[in-house]
Design a protein around this ligand. Sequence first.
Ligand code: TYM
Length: 331
Amino acid sequence: MQTVVSGIRPTGDLHLGNYFGALRNFVKMQNDYNCYFFVADYHSLTTHPHPDHLQVNVRKILSQYIAAGLDPEKCTLYIQSDIPETAEFYMLMNMNAYIGELERVVVFKEKARQNPDNINAGLLTYAVLMACDILIQKADYVPVGKDQEQHLEMTCKYARRFNNIYGVEYFKEPKAFSFGKDLIKVPGLDGSGKMGKSDNNGIYLIDSDKDIRKKVMKAVTDSGPTEPNSEKPQVIQNLFTFMNLVSEKSTIEHFENAWNDCSIRYGDMKKQLAEDIIKTVAPIRERIQEIEKDTDYLDKVAKMGAEKAHIRATQTVQEVRQIFGFRPVHY
Ligand code: TYM
């Protein structure tokens, strides 16, 4: 079975963009691939989280992913820092990563521009750590959204470079996993094309029914169609795109017809949309609340994931140490 690796940053609650965009595909993948999904808590250190918050955020994200469908029995679900071999591997791989290429990484440049007072070495070498997460498990595939494409290219570059420098055929280059036609873009409720956590335009899996109703009722619309069968402006198309994700076919048809004959009332459409979103979100929210309380269960999941993730990680780092010329050690 082929191996898939993906990391999830513990930097905030999951919203419907994450859920429909990537997570629902991860849930499908866990049936067909040997999946390693981890919470990237080492990566989160680049923004200096308070130590008291780190574990809280890791648990939060773990509960949300499990509640939304990742099954720790089917995939290897673990916490990045539970595999400290990754840190040794990262130190070794940093020796073959060059400042010039790291400074050219688009995400690095963007983050450095946003936080000029905190351009730390961890941020600069973010791509190296990510390459190590992927290579340590010998991934065949990595699911990549647009902003992670360059990081995956660098992973391939570091794999090739390692093989070239040491004259080995050790690492193979992982491929981007494409969701193809299953790739869904969730629009923002502020009329923008994409729901994102930094844009404050999202519906979160932990939102109450009341919050959801309030947010949907505030969604941007226009003054309504004036000619039958006219093209929908972006903000209205967004509402329909949303309906396509959560509503029954007959409901969508009803509002499509109302749009086409100019009888549409956005208030009614939003009310219906809010109820249909609640049908998706409420059961997940209830599971999140249950899982979050059950710290024994979360500890068990993390321990089980770490044990499984350790197997390949230890083997890779042992072999890499030897290729570098070090003696074997016992972890
Ligand atoms: P992040 O938090 O942006 O996204 C988590 C994972 O989901 C993938 N993804 C998608 N894949 C396909 N289609 C989409 N629309 C889509 N949106 C998001 C992301 O590419 C990512 O795999 N730096 C990473 C975290 C990370 C990581 C890793 C990811 C650390 N180490 C190793 C993959 C492998 C990040 O910020 O992902």
